[in-house]
Design a protein around this ligand. Structure first.
Ligand code: CO
Length: 134
């Protein structure tokens, strides 16, 4: 059911500073900062050719990453995102095997305009996993 690694997301306290480091010191291909008020985050994508890094900064009052940032004030790896062909088939299989999906358990439209679900770290070796339908 799992396809390619789509991105690794890193939560950061200052997205402009982090983007500048990746661009100017690490010499990476870095996007502009995009505010995504519907998702409670600002994002920057770093194109690594075979995959991407997604930088995330809290945006607004109700950000889904605020607890994480409070616990990791210097930032940290927040989740990995793996592609799936059919998200509903994936969800059925996860339900069958009692792998918890966060929130309602239903797919939502993610930060890239595609359906996503997040698998709870308690059932995934302590790692938050995003599945994105491609
Ligand atoms: Co993501």
């Amino acid at each position: 059911m799992l396809g390619k690694l789509n991105h690794i997301a890193i939560a950061v306290p200052d997205i402009k500073a982090a983007a500048k480091q990746y661009k100017e010191i690490f010499g990476a291909k870095v996007s502009e900062v995009v505010e995504q008020p519907d998702h409670g985050v600002s994002t920057v994508f770093i194109d690594l050719g075979n995959t991407k890094i997604e930088l995330l900064e809290e945006l607004g009052e109700d950000s889904p990453i605020s607890n994480f940032v409070a616990k990791n004030p210097k930032g940290g790896m927040h989740h990995i995102c793996i592609e799936v062909e059919d998200i509903n088939t994936a969800i059925e299989k996860l339900n069958e095997h009692e792998v918890a999906i966060t929130g309602t358990g239903k797919p939502k439209i993610g930060a890239h305009g595609k359906p996503v679900v997040f698998l709870h770290p308690k059932d995934c070796n302590g790692t938050l996993i995003e599945l994105e339908e491609v």
